[in-house]
Write a protein that binds this ligand. Structure first.
Ligand code: BDR
Ligand code: CA
Length: 317
């Protein structure tokens, strides 16, 4: 039997983080070693509670650790106003609060650091949130940067933003963290808005989830329904499936094109703070420091993600 690859998942659950975690947890070639939470879509308390509700509902055994409650600089940027209460908007049903699962006593940054230190070779990290936890691990121990084999991250954009005209939300929420990670030389594989906008989930996918017919499926369908109404409350429409692009990629890299680029984080811009400036003319103009996802087979990616969610719902305890 082929050896499993260890993976760490860092998130700010959030509906699309939830789907990303389900896809990851079903990948037969990966062993999920830990999940860390961070402030992002909502407060650290809420993103942790949402993550614990998810792992309990789906029987995901990996330990969950609370990470950072605030970004490296400035105040937390949360978007419950957009996503709905607790960062997990719903049009009705919701997952019950976790009754059996709780966060481990160790801090998420320390747990992530221990995972990297203990690995026999540089290890895989997936992040679908502001990069605060990863950056703080490196700030505490810069040698950990070399212990990351790949940081597969949803964040940034090689085009326009969503939180601001220039910046994607995860990047805007903690630009200093991105800067720490890039400057430390971590091998970044970036899934930004320029990519996730090619991967659209829609009402037919919600119906597939609902058709599973269990209580948990009903909750996931209603979260998805709310997600599809972010732009227009009265009319569910197609939405980019951001975070799951990272974890579908790990299962099916052939559905994605990644190109080498030099990614720099804008920290100082008056109206462009949080912009990931991507220079693709490498090495002519600059040394590359990342692989940036530029193209995806959107329908295949969404169909696969929804297939995994449906399978996870059927297998849920
Ligand atoms: C990113 O921001 C969050 O709202 C989503 O979970 C995703 O990680 C998209 O900009
Ligand atoms: Ca997220």
């Amino acid at each position: 039997m082929a050896e499993l690859t260890d993976v760490w998942f860092d998130c700010d659950t959030g509906f699309d983080d939830l789907l990303a975690l389900l896809v990851l947890s079903r990948n037969p070639s990966l062993r999920l070693r830990g999940v860390s939470t961070v402030v992002g879509n909502s407060s650290l308390d809420n993103t942790t509670a949402n993550t614990l509700a998810t792992v309990e509902a789906f029987g995901i055994e990996a330990p969950v650790y609370r990470g950072c409650p605030q970004p490296i600089a400035g105040r937390p940027q949360t978007i419950e106003g957009l996503l709905g209460e607790g960062g997990m908007g719903t049009t009705g049903r919701r997952l019950p609060e976790a009754r059996h699962r709780q966060a481990e006593p160790e801090h998420g940054v320390r747990a992530l650091s221990a995972y990297l230190r203990a690995a026999s070779a540089p290890a895989l990290v997936v992040a679908t949130a502001p990069l605060t936890n990863v950056a703080q691990a490196i700030n505490l121990d810069p040698s950990l940067a070399a212990k990351i084999s790949r940081l597969v991250v949803m964040g940034g954009s090689a085009g326009s933003g969503n939180h601001t005209a220039a910046a994607e939300f995860n990047a805007f929420a903690d630009p200093e963290a991105w800067d720490v990670v890039l400057r430390a030389g971590v091998p970044v594989e970036m899934f930004g808005l320029n990519l996730t906008r090619q991967v659209l989930i829609g009402p037919a996918d919600r119906d597939r989830v609902d058709a599973v017919g269990t209580e948990v499926a009903g909750a996931i369908a209603d979260y998805l329904d709310a997600y599809l109404r972010i732009r227009e409350r009265d009319r569910p429409g197609p939405m980019p499936l951001h975070d799951p692009c990272t974890t579908v990629y790990l299962a099916h890299p052939e559905w994605f094109t990644l190109e080498p680029a030099r990614v720099e984080m804008e920290l100082a811009g008056r109206i462009t703070r949080g912009q990931t400036v991507c220079e693709f003319r490498v090495p002519r103009k600059a040394e590359p420091n990342a692989l940036v996802a530029t193209r995806a087979e959107g329908k295949q990616v969404v169909d696969y993600a929804v297939d995994q969610v449906v399978a996870a719902l059927r297998d849920a305890p």
